[in-house]
Design a protein around this ligand. Sequence first.
Ligand SMILES: [Zn+2]
Length: 102
Amino acid sequence: MYRKNETGYNEGVTKEKLIGGICMRRYIMKEKKETETIICNGCGKEICVTDGIPKEDMLSVEKRWGYFSGKDNEVHRFDLCEDCYDRLIAQFVIAPETENGE
Ligand SMILES: [Zn+2]
């Protein structure tokens, strides 16, 4: 009798947790879709992304460092806003190549 009650109680808890889990997941997915942001690694500025399109253009870098580096096979990722990009390239000895889009 005691064991049966215990089992019933446990099932109840499991169902509650499962329903809670599904609700939580739906909420997160919805929130992510509507208010996703990209954070600039240079200054911490948040750029809103609406329907997958950032409101400001950004530089996104992903680099897997190879065997002949001090970071053997590490992947580094960062995003920079336009202001931080301009500050970065201002330090270059040779300016980046540029061309106008058609
Ligand atoms: Zn920035």
